[in-house]
Design a protein around this ligand. Structure first.
Ligand code: BGC
Length: 301
C-alpha cells in the first residue's frame, strides 16, 4: 500500500513536470523575428496538435537569407534534399532529444505543438536545430569572503551574455556544428562569446588553455531537451544540452577577465535570484543549476 502511494506521488509529480514542459509560450503570438509575418493566434488549449483547431491557418515564412548558406538545409522541395528524419543524417543530427517527432505532409512537426507559423523561419535546419549551453558558475564573494543572502545562503553567480539579436541576457551558448560533440560546442561558445577568443592571439589563448581545459572537463549535464525559443515554428525548433561548469573556489574562470565576443554584445557575472529573466528557456536551466549547487553546498557545510 505504502509503495503504491509513493509510486502514485511520483507519477503525479512527473506528470506535472511533463505537463509544464509540454507547452511553449515564447514562440507564440506577435510578429516573427526578422520578418513582418504575424503568428496565427494559438490559445494555450490549442497548442497540442491532438486538439482540433479547424480555423488554424498559419502563414509560412522561410527567411530568404538562408539560401545557399553552407550551415543551412536547402528548401524543403529542393530535388537534391533527401533528409533522413529522426536520426543522424550524415553529420547532421536530425534526431530529437525528446523522442520521435512526426512527419506531416513531408514536413517535420514541432513536438510541443502549434506555434502560429509554418516553414522554418530563420532557422537553418528543418526539424530540430541543436544548440549547447555552458552554465559557468561561482559563489559571490567580496574581498575574498562569500556573500550570504538574508537567509544565510550563499549566492550563486553565472556568466551571462547580452545577445546581439534580441538584446536579452542569455547563456553564452550556440549551435552545434555538424559532427561536433555538444560539450565541445558549449566550451567553444563560452570562449568565443564570454572570453572573446576569436579576437585573441595564439599566445594570449595559450596562457589560459591548460587551466581552462581542466576546468571544462568537469561539466555536468543539467538540461537536455526542447527550448521555448522565439524563432521556433511548426516545422523547425531549438533543442539544447546545457552543462554546468562550477568554479567552487572562484580562482579559475571566476578570476578571469570576461570580454564579450562574436555575436554577444555584453558579458558579466549575474546573481541567480528567484526573479531573474533570461532569453528563451534559460532561466529554468539556471534555476536548476542554482538548486543543485545550493544542495551540494549545504550537504558539505
Ligand atoms: C543560443 C543558445 C540557445 C539556443 C536555443 C542559440 O542561438 O546560442 O544559447 O540555447 O539558441 O534558444
Amino acid at each position: 500500500m505504502f509503495k503504491c502511494v509513493i509510486s502514485l506521488v511520483i507519477l503525479v509529480m512527473s506528470k506535472q513536470n511533463f505537463a509544464k514542459n509540454l507547452i511553449h509560450y515564447k514562440c507564440r503570438g506577435g510578429i516573427y523575428p526578422r520578418s513582418t509575418v504575424e503568428r496565427f493566434f494559438v490559445p494555450d488549449d490549442k497548442v497540442c496538435w491532438k486538439t482540433q483547431y479547424d480555423d488554424y491557418k498559419p502563414n509560412c515564412f522561410n527567411a530568404p537569407s538562408l539560401q545557399g548558406k553552407p550551415w543551412a538545409d536547402p528548401d524543403i522541395d529542393s530535388p537534391n534534399f533527401k533528409p533522413k528524419w529522426n536520426m543522424v543524417d550524415g553529420k547532421v543530427n536530425r534526431s530529437s532529444h525528446i523522442g520521435t517527432y512526426n512527419i506531416v505532409n513531408q514536413l517535420p512537426q514541432n513536438p510541443i505543438g502549434r506555434t502560429g507559423i509554418c516553414g522554418r523561419g530563420v532557422l537553418g535546419r528543418w526539424g530540430p536545430n541543436h544548440a549547447a549551453d555552458p552554465v559557468v558558475t561561482r559563489w559571490k564573494r567580496l574581498d575574498g569572503k562569500m556573500v550570504l543572502d538574508p537567509n544565510k545562503k550563499p549566492i550563486l553567480q553565472f556568466v551571462a551574455i547580452k545577445r546581439g539579436d534580441s538584446g536579452e541576457w542569455a547563456l553564452p551558448g550556440g549551435m552545434v556544428d555538424p559532427g561536433e560533440l555538444d560539450t565541445v560546442t558549449a566550451v567553444r561558445e563560452f570562449r568565443e562569446e564570454a572570453l572573446n577568443s576569436l579576437a585573441k592571439t595564439e599566445e594570449e589563448t595559450a596562457q589560459w588553455t591548460e587551466k581552462l581545459n581542466t576546468f571544462f572537463s568537469t561539466g555536468e549535464v543539467v538540461y537536455k531537451g526542447y527550448v521555448d525559443d522565439w524563432r521556433n515554428t511548426d516545422n523547425a525548433w531549438l533543442e539544447t544540452v546545457a552543462y554546468n561548469f562550477h568554479d567552487e573556489t572562484g580562482t579559475i574562470v571566476g578570476s578571469m577577465n570576461l570580454q564579450a565576443g562574436d555575436d554577444a554584445v555584453g558579458v558579466c557575472w549575474v546573481d541567480i535570484t528567484p526573479t531573474i529573466k533570461l532569453y528563451a528557456s534559460h532561466e529554468e536551466i539556471v534555476q536548476t543549476v542554482n538548486k543543485k549547487q545550493i544542495r551540494i553546498f549545504e550537504s558539505e557545510h
